[in-house]
Design a protein around this ligand. Structure first.
Ligand code: NDP
Length: 288
């Protein structure tokens, strides 16, 4: 029988997840369907429970429901608990809902496997302290950079994040600090960074966090978790300011999906053909 999966979010009509999971299923010969379900906050929990009650096997969850997804689960992986948010749900044979968060592993696989970057000993600037930042911080720390600095428009959220992850940072011998948002544009703020990750949603509003030339080490990489048909405002600003390499979050999207697929089906799809197909699709959408 064909197994049913879905992604829940609001809005959801632009989601690439149905394309990605259908491509994975075709590639690996798995018999499944995957649809996008629009669920506003007030109906999210009921919608997920109904989906599972009607035979759904698993789901992805995206903005703005990742925290609610963790809350409704009966059990969760340590990485979902650490993140305080889930992007993957699995309906187990005994009727329980199990939650995972694959965003962090998706980012690390994209950086290391696709783009050949090593994070060990590097200085990383993480912009943002929302759900995505929470999901990626533990795997970033575990990759053993020298230092991670968190800056967020609302300073208290950056402080809360570094406080929560301080014990993990100590365990991996990573210096974890915050930088006031206003200091991002000051030359003397800090030693330069090897990797600047934009985990804010500023690009969605067509803007970028404040940046300065002094932030970038000579071979610095700018990575925006957001992706699109054209370079994001953050990546354009980074290029103007001397970042050596620009990467968007399309690869992370495909990698986090592959990890969810593996959790559900026990099969690891090849991500590169799906990544390339999506890139081509996005490029074609600008040509229209
Ligand atoms: P949240 O809403 O949880 O957090 C938003 C973050 O962005 C907060 O830190 C917020 O700061 C900051 N922010 C919002 N608007 C601005 C602005 N105009 N200027 C500066 N900072 C701003 O969102 P998520 O963390 O879930 O998502 C963040 C981004 O990551 C999104 O673009 C999303 O698409 C992307 N993402 C990509 C994934 C992928 O697979 N490629 C996976 C997950 C997320 P404040 O605290 O001050 O409000």
């Amino acid at each position: 029988m064909t197994d049913r999966y879905a992604v829940f979010g609001h809005p959801i009509h632009h989601s690439k997840s149905p394309f990605i999971h259908s491509a994975f299923a075709q590639q690996t010969g798995q018999d499944l369907t995957y649809t996008a379900i629009d669920a506003p906050a007030e109906t999210f929990t009921t919608a997920v429970r109904t989906f599972f009650a009607e035979g759904g096997k698993g789901a992805n969850v995206t903005v703005p429901h990742k925290e609610a997804a963790l809350a409704l689960a009966d059990d969760a992986t340590p990485r979902a608990q650490e993140a305080g948010a889930a992007n993957t749900l699995l309906f187990t044979a005994d009727g329980a809902i199990y939650a995972d968060n694959t965003d962090g592993v998706g980012l690390i696989r994209d950086l290391t496997n696709r783009w050949g970057l090593s994070l060990e000993g590097k200085r990383i600037l993480l912009l943002g302290a929302g759900g995505a930042a929470k999901g990626i911080l533990a795997p970033l720390i575990a990759a053993r950079p020298r230092a991670i600095t968190v800056a967020n428009r609302t300073a208290a959220r950056a402080e809360a994040l570094t406080t929560a992850f301080a014990p993990l940072a100590v365990r991996f011998d990573v210096t974890l600090t915050t930088l006031p948002w206003a200091q991002l544009v000051h030359r003397e703020a800090t030693p330069p960074f090897d990797l600047v990750l934009n985990a804010t949603s500023a690009s969605l509003a067509g803007s970028t966090p404040p940046l300065s030339r002094a932030l970038w080490a000579p071979d610095a990489v700018a990575y925006d978790l957001m992706y699109g048909a054209t370079p994001t405002p953050f990546l354009m600003a980074a290029q103007q300011q001397g970042a050596a390499r620009l990467i968007d979050g399309l690869g992370m999207l495909v990698e986090q999906a592959a990890e969810s697929f593996w959790l559900w089906r026990g099969v690891r799809p090849e991500t590169e053909p799906v990544f390339q197909a999506l890139r081509t699709q996005l490029a074609a959408s600008t040509a229209c």
